[in-house]
Design a protein around this ligand. Structure first.
Ligand code: HXC
Length: 535
């Protein structure tokens, strides 16, 4: 008789549980998970927050979520951890569809060890990320976590680094979007920081590398959570986030909307939507003919231009509260996604400075990585002068925008609305950095600087020798001369730096035609390991 047939062997029918027993056993385990979910609901709802699974349910198509690794538990024996081994280990992972398109995701469960990351938790996140990379679909993280799990020591740090390495590998291959709905502390904040877009739900979220306790121990000051990394600070000061949702639902809707503009991966194209685009000049187009104020020193809101150029006036702005002198965001033209970069004269007269340069550079690079054409609207008096800007590295940091445009290969259409002065002209999607089609309105002024500054610089000695009345008269004459030569788009158009001077009311249709012409554009860059962008 072979060993397998012995009645003492565990596989012998006498010892084997029936299929019904096994189903009952699964039910028991599922009940344990459901009970934990109920406890989580109570705890989270008391704090005005949703649970990890409720968040996923709101985000994805009904019934599409497939949870994986729900039975994963930590294997830590230190600090009495063996007595507390909840299923899932503080993170819910899996895959689903959003508007019928695949996504992989993870969602922290703060009610399990503060959603902290240990080895098992880290392995789950890595599995979901690897899956997203293998199939080429966006990765979404919903963050509500206290960071590295203290009880698991260096292993927690190791797994954060392992996760970070994969996020970096996935960077530029699949879109990576983070939604913060609670604390996002220490290592947990590394994931949104490394990813492409971060949304923060107002009132309940904050993100930082070190919390108030550690800050107080080291520096003696005791900041509040909001002062350290609340939504307002993260948007307006640090520039860490792209959108603040009024609540979790609003944050989730924004993520869905953002996804609708993005391709699944770097080898695919963004989805194309039906559009009732018309080539007829509309009332809204005609309003652009009177939009530019007659005085150079009067501002206007560039949003009024953007919304008149894009389908249904719909513009998904990113980082609206950070460096508002430069506007970035997604829109569609003839149903195709376009990334918009625009100076906004409402702030700093639209001048470029460190924050706006970095904001725009990052946006341009994202669009370039994911086959999203760029529409650049220019009204820039140049770089913001000042000791503070120079010392904080306007050269090293401002140059990133030039770098981003110059290395991009996606279709690029630029429209000069008014000022295109100095470095601002060169950097904001100029022909010389590789833009494909460059338009200017007749109000465009493409020059090294504005007339007042130019006249003063070129004639300082001559003007200083004159008495006051003569100086005023001569300044007026020289200014008129400069304006006739340079305060227009024709000096640049003569050289082919501007392809066409167009009426503002024609812009929507001309831009659409240019983008349609460029749709199959192919441009390659020399093979290299990677560029050495100044960081
Ligand atoms: C394990 C943790 C934990 C952690 C909190 N908990 N942080 N467990 N590891 N890092 C547990 C608590 O013991 C508690 O368990 C539960 O989570 C909820 O925590 P509370 O403090 O009660 O919640 P709250 O008052 O809302 O405060 C949230 C918090 C605070 C601000 C996030 O918990 C906090 O400051 N935690 C430490 C945050 C931090 O410094 N993380 C950085 C780690 S270093 P019970 O059982 O009572 O519910 C790091 C570097 C990574 O991440 C480097 C990567 C390379």
């Amino acid at each position: 008789m072979s060993g397998d047939e012995s009645s003492e062997h565990p596989d012998h029918p006498e010892h084997r549980s029936t299929t019904a027993d096994r189903l009952a056993d699964l039910s028991l385990r599922e009940t344990e998970i459901e009970a934990a979910e109920k406890r989580a609901r109570d705890r989270q709802h008391r704090k005005g927050k949703l649970t990890a699974r409720e968040r996923i349910d709101l985000l994805v198509d009904p019934g599409s979520f497939v949870e994986i690794d729900a039975f994963v538990r930590h294997r830590c024996h230190d600090f009495g951890m063996e007595a507390n081994r909840p299923y899932g280990d503080g993170v819910v992972t899996g895959f689903a569809t959003i508007d019928g398109r695949r996504v992989c995701l993870f969602s922290h469960d703060f009610t399990v060890l503060g959603g902290s990351l240990g080895v098992a938790h880290g392995e789950k996140v890595i599995k979901a990320l690897d899956m997203a990379m293998q199939v080429g679909c966006p990765m979404i993280s919903i963050n509500d976590s206290a960071g590295a799990r203290i009880q698991e020591g260096v292993a927690s740090l190791a797994y954060y680094a392992e996760v970070g390495r994969r996020v970096v590998k996935a960077s530029g291959v699949i879109p990576q979007i983070s939604l913060n709905a609670g604390p996002c502390a220490g290592g947990a904040a590394y994931i949104p920081a490394l990813g492409d877009f971060t949304v923060m739900a107002d009132e309940i979220s904050y993100m930082f590398v070190t919390g108030p306790d550690v800050v107080e121990t080291v520096t003696g000051e005791r900041p509040t959570f909001d002062e350290l990394g609340g939504p307002k600070v993260s948007m307006e000061v640090s520039g860490n986030v792209h959108y603040i949702g009024a609540d979790e639902q609003d944050s989730i809707e924004w993520v869905k909307s953002l996804l609708s503009y993005l391709p699944d991966n770097n080898l695919s194209h963004p989805p194309v939507y039906d559009s009732d685009f018309s080539t007829e000049i509309t009332e809204s187009d005609l309003e652009l003919d009177t939009l530019i104020p007659d005085s150079l020193n009067t501002s206007y809101d560039v949003h009024n231009v953007i919304t008149r150029l894009v389908d249904d006036g719909e513009f998904l702005e990113t980082q609206a509260g950070f460096a508002p002198n430069l506007v970035t965001g997604m829109a569609r033209i003839e149903g195709h996604t376009v990334g918009v970069v625009a100076n906004n004269p409402m702030y700093y007269a639209g001048a470029l400075e460190i924050d706006s340069s970095e904001k725009a550079a990052r946006f341009v690079r994202f669009c370039d990585a994911f086959n999203i054409p760029l529409l650049t609207l220019v009204d820039v008096p140049g770089y913001l002068p000042g000791v503070d800007q120079e010392r904080r590295g306007i050269l090293r940091r401002g140059i990133k925008l030039l770098y981003a445009y110059a290395e991009s290969t996606v279709p690029k259409v630029t429209v000069v609305l008014r000022k295109a002065y100095g470095g601002g002209y060169a950097v904001m999607g100029s022909k010389h950095l590789g833009a494909d089609v460059n338009f200017s309105w007749p109000t465009g002024e493409v020059a090294v600087m504005g007339a007042a500054g130019a006249v003063a610089v070129m004639n300082s000695r001559k003007l200083a020798a004159l008495d006051e009345a003569e100086r005023a008269q001569e300044t007026e004459r020289l200014t008129a001369e400069y304006e006739a030569n340079f305060s227009n788009p024709y000096f640049a158009a003569e050289r082919g730096y501007i392809d066409a001077v167009i009426r503002p009311s024609q812009t929507r249709t001309k831009v659409a035609k240019a983008l349609a012409m460029l749709r199959d554009k192919r441009e390659s860059s020399p093979a290299k390991k990677h560029s050495t962008m100044p960081l």
